[in-house]
Design a protein around this ligand. Structure first.
Ligand SMILES: Nc1ncnc2c1ncn2[C@@H]1O[C@H](COP(=O)(O)OP(=O)(O)OP(=O)(O)O)[C@@H](O)[C@H]1O
Length: 262
């Protein structure tokens, strides 16, 4: 099954087309990184995947997610673990009184909080505990969002998504605000998650593209500039072109770095 199968998608805000003729296929258990300059349309692409934005009906296009062109957004969100800074900020502002355990449990209803009309079975409680253990955040169980570091809350939001055993994680710049150790730790967690589901990672940091991510899509000038296998796509020439800066890219043991600028 494909996680996404997009052909000729155009999308925009108001009159402005932001992404044009997007064709991209991501198969189950493939891992992808999406790279592009600021404002190139990466988050917009993620919003199409989440069905927060819809393609323009000006041309013939294909938009299938998890093999379907029609789906319930509520069901879709259970199968796609969506980690964005918007969701993080939403929890920081509206869910500051919640504990890590409550954030995790809230995944069952995709709500920002736990409410008296919501029932949780013993199995659901058990699953929440298992997920927290898997992510090594059990020690945060009673800690309130208001008292959490950025990295701690980010992991709780991953735990919340993991409740449904999603087929893919869609992560839009998930390490923003994390210090170096927390960033390394977060990427190690993604590596662990990648054993059981697809990872689709939007990032500005080449070093975050861990070994298991074998596919890259570069977004440039409102379109997918190039996509395919990491070795062919992550070249100095391609990255210099999309970032409009002369870059020298180096590969070492399957990880990539910007070795030199200019
Ligand atoms: N809600 C909106 N209304 C109007 N225009 C928008 C909106 N959101 C984004 N845009 C515009 O769409 C374009 C693509 O934005 P998008 O956020 O997808 O880029 P991005 O590649 O994720 O950028 P960044 O790396 O800075 O996060 C930009 O020109 C941006 O100004």
């Amino acid at each position: 099954m494909n996680i996404i199968d997009f052909e000729n998608i155009n999308v925009g805000y108001n009159e402005k087309i932001v992404l044009k003729d997007i064709t991209l296929k991501i198969k189950e258990n493939e891992h992808w990184a999406i790279l592009g300059a600021n404002g190139s349309g990466k988050s917009t692409l993620m919003k199409i995947i989440q069905s927060e934005l819809h393609p323009r009906r000006t041309n013939k296009f294909k938009k299938e997610i998890l093999g379907k062109s029609n789906y319930s957004i509520f069901e879709l969100k259970k199968q796609l673990g969506i980690i964005t800074n918007d969701l993080h900020n939403f929890f920081s502002i509206s869910g500051s009184y919640l504990s890590a355990y409550e954030v995790t449990l809230s995944g069952y209803y995709s709500s920002i909080g736990i409410f008296s009309h919501q029932d949780f079975t013993d199995e659901q409680h058990q699953k929440a505990q298992e997920v927290m253990k898997f992510l090594q955040i059990e020690h945060l169980k009673g800690k309130k969002v208001a008292a959490m570091s950025t990295g701690e809350l980010r992991k709780c939001i991953v735990a919340r998504a993991l409740i449904h055993e999603p087929k893919a994680f869609i992560l839009d710049e998930p390490t923003v605000g994390l210090d170096i150790k927390a960033q390394i730790n977060f990427i190690a967690m993604l590596k662990k998650l990648s054993k059981n589901c697809s990872i689709i990672l939007v990032t500005h940091h080449l070093e975050e593209i861990f070994e298991e991510i074998e596919n890259i899509a570069l977004i440039h000038k409102n379109s997918i500039y190039k996509s395919g296998k990491k070795k062919e796509i992550l070249t100095s020439q391609n990255l210099s072109e999309i970032f409009d800066t002369k870059l020298h890219i180096k590969e070492k043991k399957g990880r990539y770095f910007v070795e030199e600028i200019g």
